[in-house]
Design a protein around this ligand. Sequence first.
Ligand code: ZN
Length: 672
Amino acid sequence: MNTNKNTFSGNVAYTTPSGRMHLGHGLGQVTTDVAIRFSALKEGKKPFFPFAMHSTGKDLVKIIKQLEGNEDLSPVLVRYNISIPELSKILSYPDLDSRVNELVDIYRGQYEEVLKSLGTCIDFTTFFSSHQAENQRFTQWTLKKLDEKGLIVQTSSQRPYCDDCGEIKAIERDLSEVSAKGKVDWEVQRIQDGKIAGGEFYCRLHSNTPITVKTTSERAIDYSNSQVQDKVIELSAGMKIFPQKHASDLEEIIRTRKAKPFERRPYEMVGAISPFDDTKKVEALADSNIYMEFFPVAQMVKEGKLKLQNLSDQLFDFVYLGRGNVDEAAKASGLRNETIQELSQRVSQIYPMDLSVIGFEHKEVHMPFSLFTRAAILPDSFFFKEYLITGHITNSGEKMSKSKGNVVYLDETLKDIAESHPIEGLSKESSLDSLRFFLAYYQYLDKDFDWNQTQFISAGVGGVRRFVKGIEDASRLILLNIQTPSLGTRKDKWLSTIAQRSIEESSRYMEERNHRDSLILSVDMMGKSLREYVHSKGEDNGLVSNFVSAQLALTHPVMPRVTQELSHRIFGNREISWPSYNPNLVFPEEFEEEEHIRNGNEYVKRNIKIISAEVEKLIGKKYVSPKGQVEVSVPAQYLKNLLSKQDFKLPGDCRITYTVDNSSKLSVRPIN
Ligand SMILES: [Zn+2]
């Protein structure tokens, strides 16, 4: 596999189309987009952000059943965001498959429009939907490969069951086959004493039919295979997981998976025909394990270079597994060698997927199955390099749901920004970045995101407004020709130090997908410092130019349109590139002195407070005994001199020795 690929590739769990996209989708899409844009910019690669839909299962059939109804359709049309002409078009097709296809196409159009307004760098030429025959070929191939490895097994046990469907239902956190009423305990053993435990569940298709228990014999994917589990855990050790708190759960999640039945009766469901029983279809979780590998095929199908009949097992074997040779694959697939080579080339430019993003609800369902399947059948080089898990989204502390009527829709919010909250001095399109900014800035990724309209206007729209104004005010100091900083004054060196330290820390936060802390530096901290510098009549044109240029680059992944527009206005056609840290532009002595002058006695107090808190911690951990001795390393001689003259008492009456280390922050360690 090509380790020098020219793309940074990432995907977000594909959407099950079920009406308008809401903020939950927005959070996943924006988080993924920011991460891909950053890594591509930093590594000098092209971003690859594909788009697909998960349309298999029963959701779309359920929508179509409602659209076919005889009662008043207006609430249904509103709920699923279907217009009357669209309804007529759907119903003009005689069969369910074509109706599903039309519905998917309607949603594809709607989602594409929203995702473009959201400013994502998605490549829409990659689009496919899991109801399409070409993708189902790939699903069937996947299952056949699992079978070759002995991972398709027959299991007999008690399972959740719908009497009306006459078949088993998976009760999983993603709620793809059942709906839950009231509170659910996800930790509990689901079937106890022949009954469903830990919650009340109903069939997704028959909303009034409770899920019962039945003993059935089923064909299953054996996620309990310990050899493959070992391999997943081994390969996962080389995979980054963010937020990091999720990493420690992975091994247990992998180890506790069981064999999972994947065949369902074909009645009223969308799915690939099972390769082992043509009277059954593949349920919707089993077809999404390695769908991320299908994008180049989808692209070439769209371009007319591949057709359904070309998608043979031999083609997939050759392209994905390196099995056989190109001549045999060409012969078996009815393709020219060059076409297969082109597909192989595209695959090697995209995979391994550098990043995969999922919602929290997929953590115990989709994630382990996806890792298991790729470890089982694909070469190790296809294993993801990084996994990112986003939280839930709530509205002012409450769960968003259609029945409560508190769902925040993306199209509505974007329209509202354009009409009522444009950013002065920016195009309407760029103003839409305020939603991206808010989703990346307002909450940490390891917490649920709580939407609040008032906060959005003040922190989101207001935040971008202040950012733009700060840059515009400072840009008056930027001259077109002089760009070398003179760094003649202490104030200049102070600002230069802030720029360099922000570049270093902001880059590190972005690597850890901690977009919020990165923005606190690049927007809040840098913005405030720049305002102060301009306000106090700083006049180093080259420095301001470099500072603004760095600020625009650091915030570019989050606000691509805002930063592009400002950059174009200030710097002309210069391309935005990720800035690199330059230690020669850091001046610790001048920085500390300037901080002292700006903040007066507060500056001294702040430093003493930090030292005291550190000593307190060391005593708490028994690293230092009371009346012991600590060494305080400070970043500047200036600060050492200043602190040495202060008369203050440390916790435990500890004694202090000072050292100076220009390259690091203030730190305290025990001396024994
Ligand atoms: Zn049912």
